[in-house]
Design a protein around this ligand. Structure first.
Ligand code: A2R
Length: 318
């Protein structure tokens, strides 16, 4: 059995990755949680996991943890992951996403363990993408548009530098938007789905509040994304960056229309200025050729199924 440590296991992606690894049967899955972690995402698999209390901002706790586990693989997903929050809490975002990552890298280095580390970068690192630069390749310049994006650029650069300087096995993926059941309700797809589910149950007036509907995003299903993360750790070259995406862009307005059509309720749509970002990325669509050539991965779950499962997830919860 290979020992795998997931930071961020209580989160959206971490919980899906834990499920995948457990179902595979070859992995012993370790994770970290904090005293106040919301743990509903992993309640159903909790007894199959080995959970430790740790905070990535605390270097000593990461050092002890990695010394004790000596993981074969580390999936570093823990982060302040919500772009709008990074404008109001830039310091928290930078400390968690950059210093937190540094603490994991340093724990590997000082303990001299041979872990292969996958780090979840983000398409947000590309930021402002010019018309003639889409679909975006890994070689595109990064022009971050938020403190979150800056934090992920810094995290990526640290991961690659630790590989070059110390030979630490790091692979960075830049996933484009991904969604599905358990997506945090602050994220656009989940937020729309939750509002529709509430309207269906008569718990909310029939008005959907929205932010920027013009933005175009490349969406994948989280269950495809976690398969890609496992392949990245197992098959990709260290010190490299790989895009993971569908290669197809959807306007946020199209996503909203698809969700509304999955329901019988009549709704009005209202723009809420507080949902707009100080600077936004207009069009983000990626090119995953590099990753596909290395691993054979391609997205399998149609976006309609992803949205339907997300809406059903909220129908069971509101
Ligand atoms: O908030 P918690 O305790 O439930 O844990 C969250 C974890 N996390 C931390 N873990 C340890 N020490 C910290 N200081 C710390 N801060 C946050 O990160 C949770 O388990 C995870 C974030 O989950 P989500 O917000 O649902 O993010 P998601 O979508 O799963 O994103 C995974 C990765 C992130 O690196 C994103 O930036 C990237 O994919 O897109």
């Amino acid at each position: 059995m290979k020992r795998v440590l997931i930071t961020g296991i209580t989160g959206f992606v971490g919980s899906h990755l834990a499920e995948l690894l457990l179902s595979n049967g070859e992995f012993e899955v370790y994770g970290i949680e904090r005293p106040r972690s919301k743990n509903e995402n992993i309640l159903h698999i909790r007894n199959k996991l080995k959970l430790f209390e740790a905070d990535i901002r605390d270097a000593a706790s990461m050092y002890r943890l990695i010394k004790e586990i000596e993981p074969h693989y580390i999936f570093h997903l823990a982060a302040q992951s919500f772009v709008p929050h990074s404008f109001t809490a830039p310091q928290e975002t930078l400390v968690t996403n950059v210093i937190g990552t540094l603490n994991v890298l340093e724990a590997i280095r000082h303990n001299n363990v041979d872990s292969a580390m996958h780090l979840a970068g983000s398409s947000e690192e590309y930021g402002l993408v010019k018309e003639d630069e889409t679909p975006v390749k890994e070689s595109n310049p990064t022009r971050p548009q938020s403190p979150y994006a800056v934090s992920k650029v810094a995290m990526t650069k640290l991961a690659l530098q630790y590989h070059r300087s110390y030979g630490i096995k790091t692979v960075v993926t830049r996933a484009f938007n991904h969604t599905g059941p358990r997506r945090g309700e602050v994220f656009v797809t989940s937020n729309f789905a939750k509002q529709i589910a509430e309207i269906e149950k008569g718990k909310k007036e029939p008005i959907i509040h929205v932010g920027n509907l013009e933005a175009k995003r490349d969406f994948s299903d989280v269950r495809d994304i976690v398969k890609a993360y496992l392949l990245a750790a197992e098959k990709c070259d260290n010190g490299e960056i790989y895009n993971i995406c569908s290669g197809k862009a959807w306007a946020i307005s199209e996503v909203l229309d698809m969700l509304i059509k999955m329901s019988n309720v009549k709704v009005d749509v209202k723009q809420d200025p507080s949902r707009l970002r100080p600077s936004d990325v207009p069009n983000l669509v990626g090119d995953y050729t590099k990753f596909k050539e290395k691993t054979g991965w391609k997205p399998e779950i149609p976006f309609e199924i992803t949205l339907r499962d997300l809406l059903d997830y909220w129908r069971e919860r509101v």
